[in-house]
Design a protein around this ligand. Structure first.
Ligand code: B4P
Length: 185
């Protein structure tokens, strides 16, 4: 199964993705985790990405697309994968389509986690990561609305979009996600 997970910052994508990949035996491809690992390892990519991440901006498409292209070639992706936080722009979605056409494995479902903005602020403020300061959160939400939300229309037009409510306990949200994925498998 090939899944894309979309939602605003703090919607709980990472939280749910960890459980879903265990349940469905998928590779977990989180571009946020990959970028943080690159930053901590002080690689060239990590140094470039840090400037954008700490300002709440999206990292440039060419860097992210290269990263995902290499990751999708790893053998563990053959069993299926969950893309957590990618694509986040139309250019990334089009690049993903082209990559998937090459390997002949189309997406099965695009799962949107819907959470109101007031709740996102509370969750992110409680987490306390370096990019969870109020002014950076605001900037990340602007980036989401401008650059990522148009993808919902893009995937709805392809009949792939399924939206679930991200409010409630982690278990409740997980059960909603599972209900959608069981239908799409
Ligand atoms: P990400 O790492 O993808 O982070 P995120 O969107 O902020 O968080 P997520 O939705 O996964 O929330 P989580 O489960 O942690 O991105 C970080 C940065 O990397 C971006 O801003 C950007 O700069 C860069 N980046 C990444 N991908 C990119 C791309 N494709 N292109 C360009 N740039 C890219 O949950 C958040 C909090 O909520 C946690 O504290 C959690 O415990 C809590 N929570 C979760 N579920 C809950 C629930 N049901 N109830 C209450 N709290 C809950």
């Amino acid at each position: 199964m090939q899944i894309v997970f979309i939602g605003p910052p703090g919607a709980g994508k990472g939280t749910q993705a960890e459980r879903l990949v265990r349940t469905y035996q998928l590779a977990h491809l989180s571009t946020g985790d990959m970028l943080r690992a690159a930053r901590d390892a002080k690689t060239d990519l990590g140094r470039k990405a840090e400037t954008y991440m700490s300002a709440g901006q999206l990292v440039p498409d060419d860097l992210i697309i290269d990263l995902i292209e290499q990751r999708l070639q790893q053998p563990d992706c053959r069993k299926g994968y969950l893309l957590d936080g990618f694509p986040r722009t139309l250019a990334q979605a089009e690049a993903l389509d082209a990559l998937l056409r090459q390997c002949g494995t189309p997406l099965d479902v695009v799962l949107e986690l819907h959470v109101p903005e007031e709740e996102l602020f509370q969750r992110l403020a409680g987490r306390g990561r370096a990019d969870d300061k109020p002014e950076v959160i605001r900037q990340r939400l602007v980036a989401y609305r401008k650059q990522t939300e148009p993808l919902l229309e893009y995937y709805a037009a392809r009949g792939l979009l399924r939206t679930i409510d991200g409010l409630g306990t982690v278990d409740e949200v997980f059960d909603r996600a599972r209900a959608v994925l069981d239908q799409s498998a």
